[in-house]
Ligand binder design. Structure first.
Ligand code: ADP
Length: 396
């Protein structure tokens, strides 16, 4: 019977899961899927590694299944349909590990309590990340669980990259730049030597461009700066998030538009970014298909901000050897990549138009001083690797 590791990535009304079989050094996908609409119209689907449906269920409109109900279904599915595998652990994506957790950790009730401390730092994500850990601790107390943090990879950032210019007592409360998407950057950094061994030991900027978008400066495999800060709302514009705002804008919204914290939260997380600027959609595919002026304005602003942040991260690195694109937009939008690479000509980046249109992996010309790559991310695999290593007694 093969050992297997499950990976859970839980959000507010959905979770994604994967099941990896341990095969020597390899981790092979046995099943993956998701549960969505948990409080409105719950649906569950699981597919095998080749994409064939293994299980599908819809509970109907208006059913409030919640995370616990969906988790029960997932546990039942794993028991019934994957009887040939022995589940040896579950790895969870947890958005915030604060300053304390710079590596994955095996969780018990006391660690969950410690991680609750970070709920105020990530109120939209942390509670949902912790809920399935707690539920599994109750239902299957013997099953080892590992928390893998989106902030952990960035704990290597130097103090100046972490600090806001705020009074010390506020900084002392943990109001710092943490950086997110760390599991994605760590995965890309882990495979980069196969693509570009020189850059992997040198200075790299990775652009994780998805619904959530950020960029990270990596020196010799370690994060030294990120566009995301105290929360995952900072930095680049995203599908529906504003990215960096002058703090004076928030004061204006409060004083002049009489918006309270919840209304501002909704504005900057759900109504801004590509959606807010275009007035059409937060989805890059929809914007690229549209010829409306709003769609063009949104893509223009997105590309412009990427270029500005690239310059800032190159300054933090003191130069650049390679630029890597990853996540939904980074991996799939040749036109956005072409634009960003074209705008980076001043850095010595010469894009290879045909290679870019094909999707790379190398999308710069042989003469280009800075190399550019398209490298698909795999956060689930990173979590599975961490889980295996942590349970084997390694440092994650
Ligand atoms: P998440 O942050 O939710 O994991 P993804 O990494 O899946 O997001 O990225 C989703 C984004 O990728 C969406 O804006 C989507 O339109 C974009 N995307 C996916 N495929 C393409 C494509 N072929 N061309 C342009 N954009 C794409």
């Amino acid at each position: 019977m093969a050992d297997a590791i499950a990976v859970l990535n839980a959000g507010s009304s959905s979770f994604k899961f994967s099941l990896f079989a341990l095969d020597g050094e390899d981790l092979a996908v046995v099943a993956r899927g998701q549960a969505e609409g948990l409080n409105t119209s719950p649906r569950f689907v699981a597919r095998d590694g080749a994409g064939a449906t293994l299980d599908e269920k819809a509970w109907g409109e208006g059913v409030k299944l919640g995370h616990d109900g969906a988790l029960d279904h997932l546990v039942g599915f794993l028991r019934e349909r994957l009887a040939g595998h022995r589940l040896v652990g579950v790895g969870h994506r947890v958005v915030h590990g604060g300053t304390e957790y710079s590596a994955p950790v095996r969780v018990d009730a006391s660690i969950v309590a410690a991680l609750e401390k970070y709920v105020p730092l990530a109120p939209l994500h942390q509670p949902h990340n912790l809920a399935p850990i707690r539920a599994l601790l109750q239902r299957l107390p013997q099953l080892p669980q590992v928390a893998c943090f989106d902030t952990a990879f960035h704990r290597t950032m130097p103090p100046v990259a972490q600090a806001f210019a705020l009074p010390r007592e506020i900084t002392g409360r943990g109001v710092l730049r943490y950086g997110f998407h760390g599991l994605s950057y760590e995965y890309v950094a882990s495979v980069l030597p196969r693509f570009d061994a020189g850059a992997a030991r040198g200075r790299v900027v990775v652009a994780h461009l998805g619904n959530g978008s950020s960029m990270c400066a990596i020196a010799d495999g370690r994060s030294v700066a990120s566009t995301m800060g105290f929360t995952a709302a900072d930095g680049l514009p995203m599908g529906t998030r504003s990215g960096s705002l002058d703090p004076g804008v928030v004061l204006y919204l409060m004083d002049e538009l009489r918006m309270d914290a919840r209304a501002i939260e909704k504005l900057i997380y759900q109504q801004s970014g590509l959606l807010g600027v275009s007035g059409i959609s937060g989805d890059m595919r929809a914007l690229e298909r549209s010829d409306a002026p709003g769609a063009k304005a949104a893509i223009d602003l997105y590309a412009y901000r990427i270029g500005r942040e690239l310059g800032s991260l190159v300054a933090a690195l003191g130069g650049i050897d390679a630029l890597v694109f990853t996540a939904g937009i980074g991996e799939n939008s040749a036109s956005l990549r072409q634009r960003v690479c074209g705008d980076a000509a001043w850095l010595g980046l010469a894009p290879d138009v045909q290679a870019n249109a094909r999707g790379g992996p190398c999308i710069s010309t042989p003469e280009s001083r800075v190399r550019a790559w398209v490298i698909p991310t795999n956060e689930e695999l990173m979590i599975a690797r961490h889980t295996r290593r942590t349970l084997a007694g390694g440092s994650g």
